[in-house]
Design a protein around this ligand. Sequence first.
Ligand code: COI
Length: 356
Amino acid sequence: MIDIKISKVSNSRHGEVDFSNLVFGKEFSDHMFIADYDGKEWKNFRIQPYGPIPLSPSLSCMHYGQAIFEGMKAYRAIDNTIQIFRPYDNFKRMNESAERMCMQPVPEEVFIEGLKALCRMDSNWIPSNEGSALYLRPFLIATDDFLGIHPSSNYMFMIYGCSVGAYYNKPLKIKVETEFVRAVKGGVGEAKTAGNYASAMYATHIAEKEGFHQVLWTDAFEHKYLEELGSSNVFIVSGKTLITPASNGTVLKGVTRDSVIQLAKKYGYTVGERPISIDEVIELDKNGLLDEAFATGTAATVSPICELSYKGVSIHIKPKENSIAAELKSHLENIKRSKEEDVFGWNEKVVMTQTS
Ligand code: COI
């Protein structure tokens, strides 16, 4: 058990927030968790009011990009208890990213107890209405105060919370990207590192100007095989079969992606994790066999795609009343709120009585 020093906000912002109308990414909860690594040990565990932190201009993360993060959500179950969805999976992925980016891994108890302590502290920021949650953002940055390229010795690990509603409110119009590249085998595509998001912005910005919500990345060599979809994973549905690009080093191993795969199998669908070419998707459409496409992610949850545009030609996918995407989303959301049995053991309860 780690010893967390707590300093509380004097004026909570809670009363200023309209929890029935949450916009994604704007309503940060009152507190944040911080831990420091000094080259030898993790220490200074603290919860303090959410707000700016002093940073040196030569901080290595700001120049050489040693910065990784995670995203998960805490929910209010129907019995009013609090639970975090699959935090151990995010913990594992964070340290895989740390290894790839040559950063100091975060101990499990720091990650999990930090999350739980923040949820306890800001439990009133965890909304109960459908489609909303407290998004938890753990992140790790290199904090060496030094000019020169080498792995940092010092690190700061932080977690903040943000009360959120839906990330996407509409079915998605997607541009299949054939010019720019997100990731290449041997690169850092599988790591949840800040640079991956920075490098995606230019192509996404162009796509947005053309009227799309997101880009669907393709492989770096032929621009033929589907990879990730903006900040989420992608699934294609034909009949009772779901296919999603295999995670082979260039695709983020999404926790929601994995949850959807497990749920789909449970409900009798066939799931293929394998290379999917854009030609295969076009062929399915031509033969009337492209039934659905959807995005999965912590923020996106399960979001239907209504258009895939490839080299200026669009495939339109009609929204369906009883879609597989909607069925799987509903099971997922029900499990997160304990409306349905959590047979996979995904929910991690936050016990409110602990002091840390
Ligand atoms: C997430 O889904 O957690 C992400 O990191 C994506 C971001 C757009 C919020």
